[in-house]
Design a protein around this ligand. Structure first.
Ligand SMILES: [Zn+2]
Length: 59
């Protein structure tokens, strides 16, 4: 994924910074992982996956 794009992307909920991990963009604050399809981040809350506390601790 484009690093510059990553820099301007924020969480649609809290407007916070996102963490890129594998093929997902993660907001630690909301514990949501937004998928990236074909290099295009899907910044939609209903498309996001809720990450477990355990998973969050590993970030
Ligand atoms: Zn957030």
């Amino acid at each position: 994924m484009d690093k510059k794009l990553l820099e301007i992307l924020v969480c649609p909920l809290c407007k916070g910074k996102l963490l890129l991990k594998k093929q997902e963009l993660i907001c630690k604050f909301d514990r949501l992982a937004f998928p990236i399809h074909d290099d295009i981040p899907v910044m939609l809350e209903h498309e996001a996956r809720v990450i477990s506390l355990e998973e969050k601790d590993e970030l």
